[in-house]
Structure formats: C-alpha cells, structure tokens
Design a protein around this ligand. Structure first.
Ligand code: ADP
Ligand code: ADP
Length: 223
C-alpha cells in the first residue's frame, strides 16, 4: 500500500464571505514508495493540499483516494509532520512517541526507545520537548511519526526552521528511513535545493492559488 490518487481536488475558504480558492482542481497520482516534493511560494495552497490528504480539512470538491479507498478524515495509514513541532510539552519525549500507538491500543514494547535511538536521541527519552534543541525536537517528531507506522508520510516544511547543517543531517536521515521501509513521502518545501535533493518527482504549485502548473521528473540517479 501507500498510493495516493487525487482527483479534481478543490478547496475554497470563505472567511467573512471572501472567496479564497486555495486548491483549484488538482489531479495527481502518487505511486506507493514514491518520494514527492511539493514546491511553491508561500500562499499557493501547499498546506491546504497536504491537510486534505491528511484528512484534517474537508475538500470542497473532488476526492482523495489512499490505496483506492476514498479518504475521509485522519487515518493510521497517513501521518503528518509540521514545521513547528507539535510535541506535547507536558509529556516526555518517549511518552510523546508512544502516544499514537497507545491510543490505538497497539503494544509499544520498547519500540519508542528503538526509534529514538535510531534518530540519535538515546539518553533523551525522559526529557521534555522544551529541553531539546530545535533539531532534536524535529527528530523526535519523526520518531513519533514512525511509531505510528504510516504508509504515507506527509511532511509540511518539517526542516525549514533549522540551520543548514542540522537540516542536511535530517534530510539524510529521512532518505534512509524512506529507503529502508519503502514508504510514500509527500514533502512540502519552498526551498528549491531541498526539493531537488530529496525528491523522485517534484510537483510545482504556482502563486496562483492551487494551480498545479507542471510536473517535473527529477532523476536523482540514486545508487
Ligand atoms: P501555502 O501552504 O502554500 O503557504 P496555504 O494552503 O496555507 O498555502 O494557503 C493557501 C491560500 O488559502 C492562501 O491564500 C491562504 O491565505 C488561504 N487560507 C489558508 N487557510 C485558510 C483558512 N483557514 N481560512 C481562510 N483562508 C485560508
Ligand atoms: P541538532 O542537530 O539536533 O539541532 P544542535 O546543533 O542543536 O543539534 O546540538 C548538537 C548536539 O548537542 C545535539 O545532538 C545534542 O547531543 C547536544 N544538545 C543540543 N541541545 C541539547 C540540550 N538541550 N540538552 C542536551 N544536549 C543537547
């Protein structure tokens, strides 16, 4: 599993009677195991598209299918990482990572610790989010996402608040995780270099809200 099909997707916001077309009739196919970046300037509708795929926003038109099933609302098959960290500040790093599986009644069985170790956070299991650096918090976020074992990883500018070196390290880590587990990744960025470095395929959204202008295939020649 892990394929996403988006068909004639639209999202119109109506704040105070104002008509904001954030996503305008977008159709696109993402194959299972693909790493896609969505590139475009601020305000073009990237987050709206992502939140529709995640099931946090109800589209005003069209459909989203995950493995052929229409997606309504959030699901265990899809997990989202945001730019600003959403770790619960009153819970430890390990508790944060365990939260999703526990809520679904899954046996956690030391998996959180293993994931944190994989992300280079061993020794910080009992720390609270505010005690960690920005890069470490984002690594904990990725561990939290992986703990839910989603087939589709949705990432909304997860590294954009980080310094260049930290960003590079986390990009490499993400590619390793993606490569090992053959997950589908949809990654939003407004950073052209980042998009090219990470992606199999780049989806360009233009400043005209929601209008997908071009699909560029980037052959990264990965070994
Ligand atoms: P991006 O992620 O590319 O910056 P967004 O999806 O956040 O773009 O926003 C696309 C457009 O929709 C923008 O014009 C934005 O102002 C508008 N928008 C986003 N969320 C809302 C909302 N909740 N209510 C009204 N307008 C919104
Ligand atoms: P990161 O790439 O994780 O953002 P930083 O440059 O912020 O890394 O920090 C480098 C290293 O310093 C971290 O990997 C960690 O070992 C240590 N470190 C940073 N912040 C803290 C902290 N608040 N408590 C303990 N160790 C820290």
């Amino acid at each position: 599993g892990g394929s996403v099909h988006i068909e004639s997707l639209s999202k119109v916001y109506d704040p105070d009677g104002e008509h904001v077309v954030a996503v305008d009739d977008v159709t696109l196919n993402i194959d299972a195991g693909e790493f896609i970046t969505v590139l475009g300037p601020s305000g073009c509708g990237k987050s709206t598209l992502m939140n529709c795929i995640a099931g946090f926003i109800e589209p005003t038109g069209g459909n989203i299918y995950a493995d052929g099933e229409v997606v309504n609302g959030p699901g265990a098959d899809r997990g989202l990482v945001f730019q600003d960290n959403r770790l619960l500040p009153w819970k430890t790093i390990e508790e944060n990572v365990e939260l999703g599986p526990k809520m679904r009644g899954a046996v956690t069985d030391g998996r959180a610790r293993r994931l944190l170790e994989e992300m280079g956070l061993d020794g910080f299991e009992d720390a609270y989010p505010a005690e960690l650096s920005g890069g470490m918090q984002q690594r904990a976020e990725i561990a939290r996402l992986l703990a839910n074992d989603p087939e589709i990883m949705l990432m909304d500018e997860p590294f954009s608040a980080l310094d260049a070196l930290t960003k590079e390290i986390l990009q490499e880590m993400l590619l390793e995780v993606w490569d090992e587990d053959n997950r589908t990744v949809v990654f939003i960025t407004h950073d052209v270099e980042e998009a090219i470095f990470l992606a199999d395929r780049i989806l360009v959204m233009t400043a005209a809200p929601g209008r997908v202008k071009e699909l560029i295939d980037v052959d990264l020649d990965r070994p």
